[in-house]
Each structure stands twice: as C-alpha cells, then as structure tokens.
Design a protein around this ligand. Sequence first.
Ligand SMILES: Nc1nc2c(ncn2[C@@H]2O[C@H](COP(=O)(O)OP(=O)(O)OP(=O)(O)O)[C@@H](O)[C@H]2O)c(=O)[nH]1
Ligand SMILES: [Mg+2]
Length: 553
Amino acid sequence: MDHKGDAAAAAVSAERPAVHPTVLDAVRDLRRDVDATTFPLSIEGSERAEGSRLTLRRQLDDHVIPRLTELSAPAIVVVAGSTGAGKSTLVNSLLRTEVSTAGVLRPTTRRPVLAHHPADADLLREHRLHGVVTMVSHEKVPRGLALLDAPDLDSVLDTNREMADRLLEAADLWLFVTTAARYGDALPWRVLERAAARKASVAMVLNRVSTESVMEIRMDLMTRLREHGMTNVPLFVVPDQGPHEGLLEERGVAPINRWLGLLAGRDRARAVILRTLRGALRAVLPWVDELADHVDAQVDARAALEDALGAALAPPADAAAAAMAHGTVVDGTVRARWSQLSAPGGQLDDLFTGSGRARRSGRRGRARSEALLPLIDDLQASVASSLTAAGGYAESAVHAVMTGPTAPGGGKSVFAAVDLERLESNRGAVAEQAAHDWVATGRQSVEALRAVSDPTGRSMTAGAVRAVGGDGLTAIALAAAAGFEPAAELLERLLGEDAGRLRQHLTSDLAAAARAQVRREGGRLGAFLRIPALAPDAAATLRLRLAVLKDLT
Ligand SMILES: Nc1nc2c(ncn2[C@@H]2O[C@H](COP(=O)(O)OP(=O)(O)OP(=O)(O)O)[C@@H](O)[C@H]2O)c(=O)[nH]1
Ligand SMILES: [Mg+2]
C-alpha cells in the first residue's frame, strides 16, 4: 500500500467526527423554530426577513436535512472507471465473492451493484440510491461503508454515462479504477477533477500493472495527480495477474481492504461526509442570524408600540375621569327632573321649610324617595352613554397616535390584526354594566352609612333617611358625586360632614369606571402586543440553535 494511503486514512480517522447524531437533531430543532418564527408587525425589513425565512426553510428541507439524514446511512464508496478497467472484478475480489458480474463483453456492468454489511440494510432502505441500484448484503463489507460497483464512465451507452453522473453526486468516496494502459485517458481526469471540485474524497486504484513497469508508472501517475492538485489522493497499485477468470489474488487487494476498514466505522464515515456538508451547514448560519436579528427588531417595535399605546390612552383617560367628576353626566334629563323636584310644590321644596313633624314623617320620606327614584335611572343611563362616548373618543385617539404620521413602526399592522369591530360592539354593554355597578356602589355606600349610624335614630344619617328615604339619599349622593352642585349642597345639609366623604368615594368610583372604559380601548391592542412572537426573549431559541450549530460545525 502506498504510504500516502496510510497518511490519508490516518488523517480521516484523526479528524474528530464533528458531525455526530446531534447535528441532525440540532438542524431539525432549527427547522421547527424557523417554521414557527413569525413577524407579526410589518416594519422596515419584515418582508425581506420573511423571504429569508422561507428560503432558509426550503434550504433545510431540500438540502441540509435530507443530506444529514443520509449521514446515518453508510458512506457510499463508488468504484468507478473506464469499462474493462476491472471494477467488478475488484469489488468481487475485495469481498471474496462474486457480488457483481465481471465479463469480457464491454460494457459488462449496466445496473450498479451496492454491497453493504447486513447490519446496515435498514439504514439504506431510505437511501436515495434505493431503486437505482441492486442491493447486495455481505458480511465482508465493513460496517458503515457500502461498496458500489458502477457502470463505466465513458460508455458507449448514454444511460451508463447518466448513471455515472448520478452516482458521482451520491458518492462519499470515489474509488477510481484505471489501468496501466488507460490512465492517460482524458475522461478519467475530467471526472476526477469534478469529484475533487465537489470536495468528495478520492482514492485511486491502478490495475493490471506489470512488475517491470510498476515503479515507472507509479511515479508518472503521482506526478499527474500532483499536477491536478490531488496530492493527498491515496494510490493503490494492483499487480497484473495475467489472463484469469474470477477473483484476483487476495494478497493483491489486501491494502485496499485494510484501507477501507480504516475508513469504516460510524464516525470516520461521517467525517468523510462532513467535508462536503460542513460548508452547507455554515452557509445557513448567517440566515439564522438574520432571522434572529429581525425577531429582535420586532420586539423593539413592540416596546415602542406599547409605550405609544400607553401614551395615547393617558389623555383620554384623564379627560374622561375629570369630565365624569365635573358634571358631564348631569345632562338635560337629570337637570329637568331636579328642577321639577325642587320647584315650589315639588317633593324637595319643603324639605327644610316644612314643620319638624312633616320633615320627620315616614310618609313624606317614602313619597320623596319614590319621586327621587327615577333620578337614579336617569343618572345610570347618562353615565352609560358618557362612558360609551369616552370609549369612542379613546379609540380615535389611539388610532390617531398608532397610525398617524408620527406613529411608531408597525402601528398599522397591529390595527389590521386586531378585531376592533368586536371591541366596539361591546363598548355600550360594558359601559352599561359599569354604570349599573356605580349605582350599586352608591346604594351600598348609603346602606353602610346607615348601618354604622347610631341605632337610637338621632344621627344625621338616620334623619336623612327618614326625610328622603334610602333611594332618595342614594339619588342625591350619586348626583352630587357626578358633580351636580345643587345635589351636593342638599347632601351636605342632610348628612353634614359625612356628605363630603360619601360624595368623594362615589366620585372616585365614577372616575375609575371612566379610566377603565378608556383603558379597555387599548386592551385588545395590548393583548396582541403580548403574543409570544413579540415577547422580549422571542429570538432566544433561534440564537440558542445558532450557538449549538456553530459548536457542532
Ligand atoms: N489480465 C487481467 N485481467 C483482468 C484483471 N482484472 C480484471 N480483468 C478482466 O478484465 C475484464 C473486465 O473486467 P470487469 O471487472 O468486468 O471490468 P469492469 O471495469 O467492471 O467493466 P464494466 O463493467 O464494463 O465497466 C474481465 O474479463 C476480467 O476478468 C487483471 O488484473 N488482469
Ligand atoms: Mg463491471
């Protein structure tokens, strides 16, 4: 065996199998993450990033993953060369069995024969050569390698030539067989150059060399190999055995067998393949980088949009809260009813002017309570419509800020993605519920005040309840809380210092309802901005895959 063969085998085996099973796992993980990556905000560069994402996914699907999957299968050693060079005879001789027919007719081999170890049969079932070649299982084939006896390269048969091309593509190792008579042919060298260009590993077998010319031919061939830049190509010389039938002498092919044995084995076979694949793997890494960068850009855009949304909602919320506390709710209906009640002869007219008996009479109190009851309904309806209006106003404010000329990037796409019609159609119902709740709070507060007042009935609260009834007091308190001054004055006279506290409590409840109604307008947009694709760590998994792959390749 040529010493260069030893050196090459040693180099292959020393090369740490950088492709180990986890590369396929890592690439599959990456494929899943690339598939799941979305760019929900249309910002600068997002269309390009989406294009890159699809290209990367296709790259992984069409090239990287199929090739990596093949890594689990044995490395394919294609035995190739001119017709009659002795390829079939060599394969048979290596395995000491006739697995492929050799013959005197040119060309002999028309359908490739792939000899593999029985234990590797499963791994070859999915191989892309399946169906193209005749598979032969044989114990003598080293595990992790498969020997492929190819049809000739320069065949008179076009189909053979096409086949040779296909095999060249599938070859992990190219064992080139030529003869002393034909090693000068142009075609073998062209093919060898193609193989070398593909960075496929190459070894050469010089067949049928007579003892007297062996030194001279070897030197010449080495020089030619060097001239073609193939200095590391192992060269095996098989001595001529004269006219013969069947297998070559075992001794003559033993160096090739030993060398194949060195190459075989999982890791070494993978290392051979890695040489062609590492480039492809490294080539996809910048794409992943680009995707992760754009995911970060989306996350940044999301933060800006969230800030803008918060800023857009603050003025309408303040305005609505202030308006609700300062009389917006006290509309025409409320004022008209109040005027009616406090007009001469109205229920509130003689509240502080009638005789003490009349004032304290339970009958008068019930009548006043009944008369004031509709005021509660008026206030509730007015609060509901004021809240609805505040919501509508907030919506336009948000829209203006998020889509206007100074809007942050991606604002429009948020609106496009969110179902605002549903939000709008619920606005009235939400406002009505809030108004109802506010009235309920008013009733509870009056009830609580009465409950803590002294049981002897001499407190101001007890007197006020006797004078206007529970509902009446609630109506007056709610009107006062909504910023209606005449009601506030009456409440003061009825409750004394408790009036201010009660009023204050209900006013802030109303203001809170207004703020909530306004904030709700940003709710669905805010929820959209909180989707996982826009989370601060959205790019983390992609970057993790990137780090793992960088390590592995
Ligand atoms: N004299 C001599 N004949 C050989 C040697 N090796 C192979 N042969 C003969 O050469 C002929 C062609 O051998 P094959 O093994 O069929 O050649 P091949 O390269 O497979 O040819 P194709 O299948 O046509 O591409 C056969 O008759 C072999 O017996 C050798 O070392 N010395
Ligand atoms: Mg043959």
